[in-house]
Design a protein around this ligand. Structure first.
Ligand code: HAM
Length: 440
């Protein structure tokens, strides 16, 4: 018989691990709400064209990693075309920003509030080569703050401080925060041209990936860790000491310094790295990345930045100057970095044991009544010897077992065993709920 496994690069989150996930998610929700962010839930798939337009045709995520969803249902193919009239269909979302901006505009948030603060928690999908910390289905906690004329270094600092606050709460204490400014849209264009001219003579010395990057997204060459690429960067004169040879305009530099200073005022240390670029095309001005120790090569626990231009790209009002900034943290990497271990399964309040058919009927009714009263209760549905039922109660970490033996059934009572100290007493069946409320 054919056996099935989870698809490559995905994994089951088994019941024993769920308390860890619930802990991260509930802490996140509490903190995010305290910063004024409201939850948004968008579909896990969108038109492929949305991602192409947002993340950039040339980005790795769009070029190599989009997982397409068959655009047909009930035998009827649905032909969706993008703006170049290419059939594009749907894709599973590789990230959350594009969907949030789509929804922001579709639901006219920009007409109704000066700043909209969203958060989301959910699965994302990228067809990447799986390795430690990198999977094809992973989960993000993300925020997006979007609004007309909302750009302010205070908001950038708030978003970064929020990411750091969350990580601290999750137990990721040792992290490294890098920030940079990619400058304005115009600066990015000039900078791309500058890099092209500077690196062109050395193109053949770049690694294979960077040769592709040279054509598609030349900024990524700056991030390459390959020795030969680092040498090319040095000798090409792209760098001027620790800065780039093409200085940022004064306004962008001032903004970056302001973000750094505000973070410092909050006690958050950041390192300005002019090497930091991002794999997604939509960023301008502030970008940042947070790495943690012990994760190997996939050490980014979270990243984000500003992307005001994207709101226009997706159809925002041409006359409005949109500000938009956000980040996403990877939950799997957070769990790896925090070293959190699986907690002992939570105890249940009571386990009901019956000895015969009549007792089983009574037990089933009692289990139902106790659950309705808010007491977590379980039983063996197919009966069995008392020993094996006791074992099950122990496995489930029950605080009390309630035993309906022959004697108890006759006298209308039930034996209550405290599983912590072994003490046992008989209680009238009619008064069991009141008794449990007292002892639990
Ligand atoms: P990103 O850097 O592509 O940014 O992803 C953010 C985080 O998601 C990463 O730092 C990492 O922790 C996690 N992550 C990404 N890919 C994988 C993977 N294959 N396996 C496991 N974890 C992964 C974004 O997604 C942007 N939308 C962030 C943003 C929001 N920028 C502005 N707003």
């Amino acid at each position: 018989m054919q056996k099935f496994s989870v698809p490559r690069g995905t994994s089951d989150i088994l019941p024993d691990a769920i308390p860890l996930w619930e802990d991260v998610e509930s802490k996140a929700r509490k903190i995010l709400k305290s910063y004024g962010y409201r939850e948004i839930r968008t579909p896990v798939y969108e038109e492929t064209a949305l991602f192409k337009r947002s993340l950039g045709q040339a980005s790795d995520v769009v070029n190599k990693q989009l997982l397409n969803v068959s655009a047909s249902y009930g035998g009827i193919a649905e032909y969706l075309k993008d703006s170049d009239n290419v059939i594009s269909g749907y894709s599973l979302r590789p990230e959350g920003t594009a969907s949030v901006v789509r929804s922001y505009l579709e639901n006219s948030f920009d007409k109704n509030e000066p700043l909209s603060k969203f958060f989301y928690i959910g699965p994302m999908f990228r067809g990447e080569r799986p390795q430690k910390g990198r999977s094809r289905q992973f989960h993000q906690i993300g925020v997006e703050a979007i609004g007309p004329k909302s750009a302010s270094p205070y908001l950038d600092a708030e978003v970064i401080a929020l990411a750091v606050h969350l990580l601290g709460e999750f137990g990721v204490k040792k992290y490294n925060l890098k920030i940079n400014s990619l400058g304005s849209e115009e600066y990015k264009k000039k900078f791309s041209q500058f890099l092209r001219t500077a690196l062109n003579p050395y193109k053949s010395e770049l690694c294979e990936d960077c040769q592709t990057r040279f054509e598609r997204n030349i900024f990524r060459v700056l991030e390459c860790k390959n020795e030969s690429c680092r040498k090319v960067l040095e000798k090409s004169g792209v760098y001027l000491q620790s800065d780039l040879h093409l200085p940022l305009d004064q306004e962008s530099l001032q903004y970056l310094n302001d973000v750094k200073r505000i973070l410092e005022d909050l006690g958050i240390r950041s390192e300005v790295s002019r090497h930091l670029v991002r794999g997604l095309d939509y960023y301008t001005h502030t970008v940042f990345e947070i790495t943690a120790e012990g994760l190997g090569s996939q050490d980014a626990v979270g990243a984000g930045g500003r992307y005001g231009g994207l709101v226009h790209e997706l159809g925002g009002d041409a006359k409005t100057d949109y500000g938009a900034v956000g980040f996403a943290l990877g939950i799997e990497r957070i769990l790896l970095a925090s070293g959190a271990t699986q907690p002992v399964p939570p105890a249940i309040d009571a386990f009901v044991i019956a000895m015969d058919e009549a007792g089983q009927k009574q037990a089933f009714k009692l289990v139902n009544d106790l659950r309705h009263a808010g007491i977590s209760t379980d039983m063996n549905y197919s009966g069995g010897k008392i020993g094996s039922q006791m074992n099950r109660a122990n496995k489930l970490n029950a605080r009390f077992t309630l035993i309906l033996g022959e004697e108890e059934m006759k006298s209308g009572s039930i034996a209550v065993k405290n599983m912590t100290n072994g003490a046992q007493e008989n209680v009238e069946l009619a008064g069991i709920l009141a008794h449990l409320r007292k002892v639990l």
